[in-house]
Write a protein of this length. Structure first.
Lengths: 694, 212, 170
């Protein structure tokens, strides 16, 4: 019953989207507003239908209706309720269903908030949104149909992938990721709508687009950081970023969207870079589709666990359709999009934005090209190469360092032109800070050039951005005779977009500094210990292995080690790294124990143990400042919220903006979730060699 | 809307088509299938001790005997990597054992190398599986396995009469494929016998590939 | 006129700075993970320890060797994992490979020789960072070309756009 209902809802959504596309196009070309209005209604109906379909799937999962194909695939009576619900996005079909629902929701909100906007922009955008939706509906009734009938109905299922039911972050990261990833369809739809309606020449669409991009970007930022956190808490190798194709897939559109958020300001302020901005928006969307294709087609070997099948060809076809449509639309219009630029001086914020865009797109290029290069080498050379973490680190760390520098320079330079005196004032303190950090690092014995550069430029950027707040607030203190905190608060509210942006900068600086610190000063040691034995780790820190323990849970067996943390021989805490043996999986899944302090984490992983509990191999990793990465993620999101929050009516900044879109606010509320981003399914760290199958 | 179709076409042909072509090519490849550089090269030499004798009288060796790859020049040697915890190994076991007995009169030698496993576990597994025609060797530290570029078990290497790796089987060996390969090696290079006998080893071998 | 000159000098500064940023990172791109200087220096140490003792030093006993082993282990891909290095992976095969790396380096082999060994057994696939040769040069140098051309474009464009023009309404 549930099965039929869900499938019927998806089929009806498919029919509605075909109708909606037809009605909107007819209405636009034959100037029949009633047809356009009907297409808008179709968007709402699609959202209702997809909500029904998704609700039906959740119901089927919760009631363990194993006659439904997807439930039989990921469900299990012994899985806790929370993990049963979130297994909605735990495998391919469910994730496509969830994607379809998020897209339908975005479409409905976009259309609803802009339904009264005159002109063809919104109707054409709805055509683009429904076309993308249509594709996902086709997947849902075709190769990714989750509603297949299982007969005879099994009594129980294997349960979700153990890696996905091992941590609560799996309930946080994927929804954030989809909100960010799918959210990038909205700016793309606006760009298509602007191109098709001819409104691309007015500056209006870019403002509309920028706020939507900002909210999607905030979700994506949080999703990326939450994914790093998940990977750190679950995979047991003590790292948070491995440059896996799945991680790259979420990172590529983030980079281009970041570039767009900056260059859009240049277009709004100076009317330049029109073509460039359209390109960035379109690229961002295409990269989300490319990323989805890469992670779901099995084309690139990755940690993801999505099963492969014919769906890869559907994604390839869709990728081709989107790419060629975009090239034709943008390429065919590019003449009209050329904008003559004018700059007052090379020493201006505009110039910095140009370099910001160069490095962000260069970064994207490294990631995209590096991810696809194995295919290229195979095609032209027949060779099988790996592009792994050492490559990406080598290539991107210098770019990150350059971006940190620009992140300080940009806010410090005024629009148009900076005078010599302004330059001197702006850079005296930050420059001094940077030099002091270099000296300090050298004195402390650091020799890694990029490590020193990253610290020093993070300090530089930090002071530059803080100085913006301080200088602005002081000006208010003088002008309005306000107390400093009041002045600061009013400063931020008077120009949320700008100071929210600087807040996001501070978040990025935190992440950058914490990543540099944790990778420069990471320390690890492992040993095989008998109960009661102590291993000296570093300095006054040592750990004592107390005992092994085990317990049975419905869906798994858990084996853990009690480990005491000692400082100068005094016990200061206990930790319990574990290994989980899931019934449906041969390889155990580790649960490392993490003890977080502001100065860093002690991270302990149980590597091996003997059956009699008389010895355990434990690995202790000291991870300085890692918690600040997660905090930085929250600060980034907070900055985006402040920035996207609609300006109060009294101080309108978004000139010519018809109707403030409230999604920024919405994004903000949700965005305070702790956590952020990446790979859907992660590494299979096989303690033993897997066997070859077929 | 004035379209510049020429530019649109140019971009499609210059950017769109190559990108799609590259991705389409990618769809024809399996990233999990990694080519071994070994076929066509000299088989890595090893010296390993026997821990299970082998049931076939022509292949039998005593526990504690040492197998030296270098002493098998001129012979076809099949090196199979296996483990008691490996499920695929159960699939290939019977067929491989039978093929070994079948080709023993032709002078083809089979050795099973135990990967990442305890000898006791290996012995228990062998008795459960009803014995094995050829001897099993231990490989402490997996040195031989790494020397052969092992990814997983089972993997099976066929070394020809000139001491070169002729083929690598990944996963359970299909006995029919093994027979075809051994027959072609015997036909191309003459009998399988230790160097010093009068076997002419001359003709070029069929090119070795990876997988099947 | 003076204003123009000031602009130009700033342009020069930006170009110079960009060149520094661009060139600095990739001086090592062509080199293999092993740095020749390090090889020579530590190779002797290892050889020295070999003379007195054929036993491979255990981890923790020889910090120099530990570092060298770690550097090599970081660029070797664990064959049974997903894109992880054998340094990071707890898999048995990774542990065994790490032990082999240690043994080979303790017996005096250079980073380069150890990597060559693994490439001969597993193919280039085993390197987490491809060798900068042949078609692989593309993956190292195209991003550099991208950034250099981009910088050039920005310099040209900024130069053009900062030309005093009659006020136009853009």
């Amino acid at each position: 019953m549930t099965r039929v209902l869900g499938l019927a809802a998806v089929w009806m959504a498919l029919v509605m989207s075909v109708y909606g596309i037809g009605a909107a196009v007819m209405g636009l070309t034959r100037r029949r507003p009633s047809l356009v209005a009907s297409a808008f209604q179709a968007v709402y109906v699609i959202f209702a239908l997809m909500t029904l379909a998704t609700g039906a799937m959740i119901y089927a999962l919760v009631t363990h209706d194993f006659s439904v194909d997807y439930v039989a695939q990921v469900g299990s009576r012994s899985t806790p309720l929370f993990y049963t619900i979130i297994s909605l996005w735990g495998a391919l079909e469910g994730s496509i269903l969830f994607w379809g629902w998020v897209l339908a929701m975005y479409s409905a909100v976009v259309v609803y908030l802009n339904r009264n906007r005159p002109g063809g922009l919104v109707p054409w955008s709805s055509v683009a949104l429904m076309t993308v939706s249509l594709y996902f509906f086709i997947l849902l009734v075709g190769p990714a149909n989750p509603w297949g009938l299982v007969s005879p109905v099994p009594f129980d299922g294997p349960g979700p992938n153990p890696l996905l039911q091992n941590h609560i972050l799996m309930g946080v990261h994927p929804p954030l990721l989809y909100l960010g990833y799918v959210g990038m369809t909205v700016p793309f739809a606006f760009a298509v709508g602007a191109l098709l309606s001819g409104e691309i020449h007015s500056g209006d669409w870019i403002k509309l687009t920028r706020r939507w991009t900002l909210s999607a970007w905030a979700f994506l930022s949080l999703a990326i950081i939450a994914g790093m956190w998940w990977s750190y808490e679950v995979l047991g190798w003590g790292g948070y970023w491995a440059w896996d194709p799945v991680e790259n897939a979420s990172f590529m559109p983030w980079l281009t969207a970041t570039a767009f958020l900056h260059s859009a300001m240049v277009q709004e302020r100076r009317g330049m870079l029109k073509l460039w901005n359209v390109n960035l928006i379109v690229s961002t969307f295409l990269l989300t589709i490319l990323g989805t294709f890469l992670t779901r087609s099995g084309i690139i070997s990755s940690v993801h666990a999505f099963t492969t099948g014919t769906i890869g060809y559907y994604f390839l076809a869709f990728m081709a359709f989107c790419l060629i449509t975009s090239l034709v639309l943008v390429g065919g219009n590019s003449e009209g999009l050329r904008s003559e630029g004018h700059l007052d001086s090379a020493a201006s914020r505009e110039t910095v934005f140009l370099f910001n865009n160069l490095f962000l797109t260069g970064f994207t290029f490294v990631v995209v090209f590096g991810t696809l290069f194995p295919l290229l080498a195979d095609l032209f050379n027949g060779s099988q190469v790996t592009i792994g973490a050492p490559f990406f680190n080598k290539m991107t760390i210098p770019i990150c360092v350059a971006l940190l520098f620009l992140m300080g320079v940009g806010p410090s330079l005024p629009w148009k032109a900076a005078s010599r005196e302004q330059l001197r004032q702006a850079f005296l303190l930050p420059g001094g800070t940077a030099l002091a950090i270099v000296a300090l690092s050298l004195a402390l014995g650091m020799r890694d050039v990029y490590g020193i550069a990253a610290f020093s430029l993070a300090g530089f950027a930090l002071v530059c951005n803080l100085r913006e707040y301080a200088v602005g607030a002081q000006a208010r203190v003088r002008a309005h005779n306000e107390a400093f905190p009041v002045a600061l608060a009013r400063l931020v509210t008077s120009n949320r977009r700008r100071y929210g942006g600087y807040l996001a900068h501070l978040g990025i600086i935190m992440v950058a500094a914490a990543v540099t610190a944790s990778s420069s000063f990471r320390f690890e040691r492992d040993a095989t210990l008998k109960p009661g034995e102590t291993m000296a780790v570093k300095g006054d820190l040592s750990v004592r292995f107390v005992q092994m323990w085990g317990r049975d849970e419905p869906q798994r067996e858990v084996v853990g080690a009690d480990v005491e943390i000692l400082r100068d021989g005094e016990v200061v805490g206990t930790m319990d790294p574990r290994m989980n043996f899931y019934k449906a999986q041969q390889q155990p899944v580790p649960t490392p124990a993490v003890r977080s302090r502001p100065t860093g984490d002690v991270y302990i992983n149980l590597m091996a143990f003997t059956q009699d509990g008389q010895s355990a191999t434990i690995k202790v990793i000291l991870e300085p400042f890692v918690p600040w990465i997660w905090v930085g993620g929250l600060v980034i999101a907070l900055g985006a919220v402040v920035s996207a929050w609609p300006q109060s009516k009294r101080a309108p900044r978004a000139v010519g903006y018809v109707r403030p879109v409230s999604t920024g606010a919405r994004g903000g509320a949700d965005a305070t979730f702790p956590g952020a981003a990446v790979p859907m399914q992660q590494m299979q760290q096989a303690p033993t060699l897997p066997t070859h199958t077929g | 809307m004035a379209m510049n179709w020429k530019r649109a076409l140019l971009l499609t042909a210059g950017v769109g088509v190559p990108t799609i072509a590259l991705l389409s090519f990618g769809m024809t490849r399996d990233p999990r299938q990694i080519n071994s550089p070994l076929p066509g090269r000299d088989a890595p030499a090893f010296t390993r001790g026997v821990f299970a004798t082998g049931a076939d009288p022509m292949l039998r060796m005593e526990v504690g005997d040492t197998v030296r790859m270098a002493e098998h020049r001129g012979e076809i040697v099949v090196v199979n990597f296996w483990a008691s915890w490996c499920l695929e190994c159960r699939v290939e076991h019977e067929g491989l054992s039978m093929t070994a007995s079948e080709y023993a009169p032709d002078g083809v030698k089979f050795f099973g190398l135990l990967y990442n496993d305890k000898e006791e576990a290996g012995l228990r597994w062998l008795s459960q599986m009803g014995g094995q025609a050829y001897p099993a060797l231990s490989d402490p530290g997996a040195r031989v396995a790494i020397d052969y570029g092992l990814y997983g078990v089972p993997e099976t290497f066929v070394v020809d009469q000139r001491g070169q790796v002729a083929h690598k089987f990944v996963g359970a060996v299909n006995p029919a494929d093994m027979r075809v390969l051994l027959d072609s090696l015997l036909k191309a290079n003459g009998p399988s016998q230790p160097v010093g006998s009068d076997a002419p080893v001359s003709r070029t071998l069929p090119a070795g590939g990876d997988g099947s | 006129m003076i204003r123009r000159r000031a602009t130009r000098s700033r342009l020069t500064t930006i170009t110079l700075w960009a060149a520094v940023v661009l060139l600095a990172p990739w001086h090592g791109a062509g080199a293999q993970p092993a740095e020749p200087g390090v090889v020579g220096a530590t190779g002797n140490t290892a050889a020295g320890s070999l003379d007195g003792n054929t036993q491979t030093p255990l981890p923790g006993k020889d910090p120099v060797l530990d570092e060298r082993v770690k550097a090599v282990s970081k660029v070797l891909r664990c064959p049974v994992c997903q894109g992880e290095s054998i340094q990071d992976s707890p898999a048995d095969l990774a542990t065994q490979m790490k032990a082999l790396v240690r043994e080979q380096m303790a017996s005096g082999q250079s980073e380069e020789q150890v990597l060559d060994y693994f490439v001969a057994k597993y193919g280039q696939w085993i390197l987490l960072e491809p060798r900068a040769e042949g078609i692989n040069l593309l993956v190292y140098w195209l991003p550099v070309v991208f950034l250099v051309l981009g910088t050039g474009l920005i310099v040209v464009v900024v130069k053009k756009w900062t030309k005093p023009v009659p006020a136009t309404d853009v």
